[in-house]
Design a protein around this ligand. Structure first.
Ligand code: SAM
Length: 214
C-alpha cells in the first residue's frame, strides 16, 4: 500500500492481557506478517517475562518493521510526539478518514480480546489523552482494527469503500455453527478475513466447551 504522507506510519498494539494466549498469538502473527516497511508494527507493553519468552513464531518474525518491546506507548513517543498519536477507540467522536494519514504518525490499539458485551477496556489507553478516532460503532478484533486502519491510512480508502461482514456465522461441523460477535473485512469470496488457524482454534474451543458440559 502506498503512503501519501512523508512520515511512515507506526501501528502500535499495547498488549493489555495478563498472558499472551493462542487467540492473541494468531492475531499478532497476522498483523506482523501484514506489515512491510516503511510502515511498522510495534507490539508494546509486554511484561518482561513475556518479552524474553515470546511464543513462536513471533521471535522469528522480528525485523525492522516488527518490533516487540516492554516499553509502553508513552515511552515510545515521548512528550513531543504525543500530538501525532491517534488512539483507535470505538467511543471516539470522530471517524478515521484518509486525511488522518497526514495528521498522525502513530496509531494505537488495545491488545485486548474481543468480548460481548464489550467491556470498554480501551478506556485503559484513554487516560493518556491522545486524539481518538473510531472505525464506527461495531466491535472489531484487534487484527481487523489494524487492517482497516491501514486500508484507510496507507491505502487511502474511506470506511464506506471497505466491504465488511458483521456477525459472520462460521460452520464448525456438519450441524454446528457459531456466530462471531464482531465486524470483519469481507474478502472477494464473501468470507470474513481472519488469521490463519483461527477457524481451527474456534472449532477446538467449541469442542472444549461442549466437553465441559458433560
Ligand atoms: N471490547 C473491547 C474493549 O473492551 O474495548 C474491544 C477491544 S477490540 C477487540 C481491540 C482494539 O481494537 C480496541 O482496543 C481498539 O483499539 C480497536 N477497535 C476495535 N473495534 C474498533 C472500532 N469500532 N473503532 C475503533 N477502534 C476499534
Amino acid at each position: 500500500m502506498s503512503n501519501p504522507s512523508s512520515t511512515p506510519h507506526t501501528y502500535v498494539v499495547e498488549h493489555l492481557e495478563p498472558e499472551l494466549g493462542t487467540w492473541s498469538l494468531l492475531e499478532y502473527t497476522t498483523i506482523a506478517s501484514e506489515t512491510a516497511l516503511p510502515s511498522r508494527f510495534y507490539l508494546s507493553s509486554l511484561p518482561t517475562s513475556l518479552a524474553s519468552n515470546l511464543p513462536a513464531p513471533l521471535p522469528s518474525l522480528r525485523s525492522e518493521s516488527f518490533v516487540t518491546t516492554t516499553q509502553n506507548i508513552e515511552e515510545l513517543v515521548g512528550e513531543e510526539g504525543k500530538h501525532r498519536v491517534c488512539l483507535l477507540d470505538p467511543q471516539a467522536e470522530e471517524e478515521l478518514t484518509p486525511a488522518d494519514a497526514e495528521r498522525f504518525d502513530w496509531f494505537v490499539f488495545g491488545g485486548i480480546l474481543g468480548d460481548e458485551p464489550p467491556r470498554d477496556r480501551t478506556s485503559e489507553l484513554r487516560k493518556y489523552g491522545y486524539t481518538g478516532r473510531n472505525l464506527r460503532k461495531m466491535q472489531m478484533t484487534t487484527d481487523t482494527a489494524v487492517r482497516v486502519t491501514r486500508m484507510v491510512i496507507d491505502g487511502q480508502q474511506s470506511l464506506d469503500a471497505i466491504p465488511f461482514t458483521d456477525y459472520p456465522e462460521l460452520k464448525l461441523g456438519k450441524h454446528e455453527t457459531t456466530t462471531m460477535p464482531f465486524r470483519y473485512v469481507r474478502d472477494a469470496a464473501g468470507n470474513p478475513v481472519m488469521p490463519d488457524g483461527m477457524l481451527d482454534l474456534i472449532k477446538k474451543d467449541a469442542d472444549k466447551s461442549l466437553d465441559d458440559l458433560f
